[in-house]
Design a protein around this ligand. Structure first.
Ligand code: FES
Ligand code: FES
Length: 175
């Protein structure tokens, strides 16, 4: 794939097909934040170490700080702003909130993207799966325990919803 000589890139963001004018070397995180005003993904380390810039590209978790426009040409990108399209997201957000998973929240979009990617593949992920899925995400505030608790609660809620056939999260497990 390549961007046209005029620097126009075409891709799908959160279900909407867009054409954006950008030099081929422009980072995907800059396109999202500066060109499209989608500011949930953050640029923190800028070198692929922290996960603050996580988005899904063609269903795979990627670091938007490491990708250039030409690499995203024609791709389907989902940022945190588009996660409501996934039924797993409602349960995940509720579980993270109920466990007070985050403090300042700066890392929350990246963790949420990483966990969504995990649960779409493995809805009943165990704690080891969760830890492995979050290896690329850094949180400076929490010590991670609350995030892991929230993710485990989400996994249990997803399993309960799957067995009741209610993946949209209307199932309310007994307290
Ligand atoms: S900003 Fe992209 S991984 Fe840290
Ligand atoms: S909650 Fe502050 S960086 Fe994670």
């Amino acid at each position: 794939m390549s961007i046209s000589p005029g620097g126009m890139m075409t891709f799908t963001i959160n279900g909407v097909r867009l054409e954006v004018e950008a030099p081929p070397e422009t980072s995907l995180i800059d396109i999202l934040r500066e060109k499209l005003g989608l500011t949930a993904a953050k640029e923190a380390c800028g070198i692929g170490r922290c996960g603050a810039c996580n988005v899904l590209m063609n269903g795979n978790l990627v670091n938007a700080c490491l990708l250039s426009a030409w690499q995203a040409e024609g791709a389907e990108i989902v940022s945190l702003e588009g996660l409501d399209a996934f039924p797993e997201t409602r349960l995940l957000r509720t579980a993270l909130a109920e466990e007070n998973a985050f403090q300042c929240g700066y890392c929350a979009p990246g963790f949420t993207m990483a966990l969504t990617a995990l649960f779409r593949e493995h809805p009943e992920a165990c704690v080891n799966d969760i830890r492995a899925a979050l290896e690329g995400n850094i949180c400076r505030c929490t010590g991670y325990h609350s995030i892991i608790r929230g993710a485990l609660a989400a996994s249990k809620a997803l399993a309960a919803s799957a067995s009741s056939g209610d993946i949209d999260g209307d199932h309310h497990p007994q307290q």
